[in-house]
Design a binder for this molecule. Structure first.
Ligand code: ACO
Length: 428
C-alpha cells in the first residue's frame, strides 16, 4: 500500500503524506494543502472526517465497540481500578504504583479548600439556576482565586494546576447540589477516599452522622471511570481548542463544561430520564414513542440512542446496564423507569429503522437511572458526567500543551455577500 495519497486539481497532481496510527488507523495529512495548492481547504462540517490532533490517550473503534484508556480495556478498568487510578493513568500515561497513587491523592487533598469567597458567587445564583451553568461559572471563577494556574510553563506548574482542579472540582459539584437543596456548604473529609468524600460532601445532613454506603461508592466509582475520557468529542475538543490559546486549565475546563451541557452531548443523561418520565406519565406506551422517534416530521429523538462514533454497541452502555440492575437491586429500589428503558431498548434493537442506522443505546441510556437510585436529582446528572470527564479533559489539555500544538483555528468557506458599497442610513 502506498504511504502517499494523490490529489488531482485541474490536472495538477499533489502528493499528500499518509499517517498511520498504532492501531492501524490511517489519515491523509493535509496540513500543507492550502499553501501547496495556493488556497484550497477541505470542508467537513461537524468534523466527521477530520482528525484534529495526534493523541496517545484514548483509543476507540466505533465499528467494533472497543474503548481503551492508554491501551487498557474499559471493561477491565471499570472492574478492577478506582477512579483516581484511572485519572492518574489518563493524565500521566501509566497506571500508578501504590506510592505514586498515595502521593497523588495526598497532593490533591492538600488543595481541597475552595476560597470562602466563592460562596458569595454561589449565593448570587437563583436556586432555580441549572447546575451546569453554576458549575461552569464557579470553575471559571476559580482562576481568579488561583492565578498561578494560568501561566503553566513547566510540567511542575501543570502538575500544580492539575491537583488543584482535581481537589476543588468535587467541592464545587457538591456545593452546586447543596445550594439547590438549601443545605450549608461543607469542605469535606480529608481522611477518606476521593469518591467517598465526594458523596459525603453531596449528601451529609448538618444534623446527623453520615453513613457511607459501599454500593453507592462502587457504583459512582464505576460511572466516573466509564465517563473519564472519550477522545476528541465535543467538550474535549473544546477544552483543547480553548487551551490552545494558552488560556489556563480552569478556563479551558469551564468551556468544556459548557460544551458538555447540551442535550446532544452530556446533557443526554438528563434528557433520557425526562423522556422516560414523560413516557411513564403518558401511560408507558413505548411503541408510541418509537413511532415518534422514526417520524421525520417529529423533532423527537430517542434520547440515549445513537452515537457519532459508535456504530456498534457502546461498550460503556453494556457495563452500565448490568450495573443499573445490580445497584437498584442492592439499594432496594424498584423503579418502573428501568422497565420502560429495557422495553424501549428491546424494541429499538429489533426495529429496522434503528438497526439500519446502527443506532444503539449509548453510555447515557442507563446512567441516569443509577444516579436517580442514588438520590441525585435529574438536573445534576450532567454535573456528575463532568466530574467523571474531568481527568480526560485534563489529560487532553496536558497532552496538547506538552506537544506544543498550535492555536486551534479552523478555516471556512465564505458564502456571504461580496463587496457592497455602504449606503447612508437616510438612503436605505
Ligand atoms: N433517535 C431517532 N433517530 C436518530 C437518533 C435517535 N436518537 N439518532 C440518530 N438518528 C437518525 C437521524 O435522524 C438520521 O436519520 P436519517 O439518516 O434518516 O436522516 C440518522 O439516524 C443519523 O443521525 P445523525 O444525527 O446524522 O448522527 P450523528 O452522528 O450526527 O449524531 C447523535 C449522533 C447526536 C448522538 C444522535 O444519534 C442523537 O441525537 N442521539 C440522541 C442524543 C444522545 O443520546 N446524545 C448522547 C451522545 S453520547 C454522549 O455525548 C455522551
Amino acid at each position: 500500500m502506498s504511504d502517499k495519497a494523490f490529489l488531482d486539481l485541474n490536472g495538477e497532481k499533489f502528493e499528500l503524506p499518509i499517517s498511520k496510527g498504532t492501531e492501524d488507523e490511517l489519515a491523509i495529512d493535509i496540513s500543507n494543502l492550502r499553501s501547496a495548492t495556493s488556497g484550497y481547504i477541505t470542508l467537513d462540517p461537524g468534523y466527521k472526517n477530520t482528525g484534529s490532533c495526534e493523541s496517545a490517550i484514548t483509543f476507540l473503534d466505533g465499528e467494533k465497540g472497543i474503548l481503551r484508556y492508554r491501551g487498557y480495556a474499559i471493561e477491565e478498568l471499570a472492574e478492577k481500578a478506582t477512579f483516581l487510578e484511572v485519572a492518574f493513568l489518563l493524565i500521566f500515561g501509566e497506571l500508578p504504583t501504590k506510592e505514586q497513587l498515595e502521593k497523588f491523592h495526598k497532593d490533591i487533598k492538600s488543595h481541597c479548600i475552595v476560597d470562602d469567597d466563592v460562596k458569595k458567587i454561589l449565593d448570587a445564583f437563583p436556586k432555580s439556576a441549572h447546575p451546569m451553568g453554576v458549575l461552569a461559572s464557579l470553575t471559571s471563577a476559580l482562576t481568579a482565586f488561583n492565578p498561578s494556574s494560568v501561566n503553566v510553563e513547566s510540567e511542575q506548574d501543570m502538575y500544580n494546576a492539575i491537583v488543584r482542579i482535581l481537589a476543588k472540582f468535587p467541592v464545587l459539584v457538591a456545593w452546586t447540589l447543596r445550594k439547590k437543596n438549601g443545605l450549608p456548604l461543607d469542605y469535606g473529609d480529608k481522611s477518606i477516599g476521593y469518591v467517598e468524600n465526594t458523596l459525603k460532601m453531596m449528601f451529609k445532613q448538618p444534623n446527623e452522622e453520615y453513613e457511607h454506603n459501599d454500593v453507592m461508592i462502587d457504583a459512582l466509582d464505576k460511572l466516573l471511570i466509564l465517563h473519564a475520557d472519550h477522545e476528541q468529542n465535543c467538550s474535549t475538543s473544546t477544552v483543547r481548542i480553548v487551551g490552545s490559546s494558552h488560556a489556563g486549565l480552569f478556563a479551558s475546563i469551564s468551556a468544556g463544561i459548557s460544551a458538555l451541557w447540551g442535550p446532544l452531548h452530556g446533557g443526554a443523561n438528563q434528557a433520557v430520564l425526562e423522556m422516560l418520565e414523560a413516557i411513564k406519565a403518558d401511560g408507558g406506551d413505548t411503541k408510541k414513542y418509537m413511532a415518534k422517534a422514526k417520524d421525520k416530521s417529529d423533532p423527537f429523538r430517542l434520547m440515549g440512542f445513537g452515537h457519532r462514533v459508535y456504530k456498534n454497541f457502546d461498550p460503556r452502555a453494556k457495563i452500565i446496564k448490568k450495573s443499573a440492575d445490580e445497584v437498584l437491586g442492592q439499594l432496594g429500589v424498584d423503579d418502573p423507569i428501568l422497565d420502560i428503558a429495557k422495553g424501549l431498548e428491546k424494541e429499538a434493537l429489533e426495529d429496522s429503522y434503528f438497526v439500519d442506522r446502527k443506532l444503539y443505546p449509548n453510555v447515557d441510556f442507563y446512567s441516569g437511572i443509577i444516579y436517580r437510585a442514588m438520590g441525585i436529582p435529574t438536573d445534576m446528572f450532567t454535573v456528575m458526567f463532568a466530574l467523571g470527564r474531568l481527568p480526560g479533559w485534563i489529560a487532553q489539555w496536558r497532552e496538547m500543551r506538552l506537544r506544543k500544538e498550535p492555536i486551534g483555528r479552523p478555516r471556512q468557506l465564505y458564502m456571504g455577500e461580496t463587496y457592497r458599497k455602504f449606503t447612508e442610513i437616510e438612503y436605505r
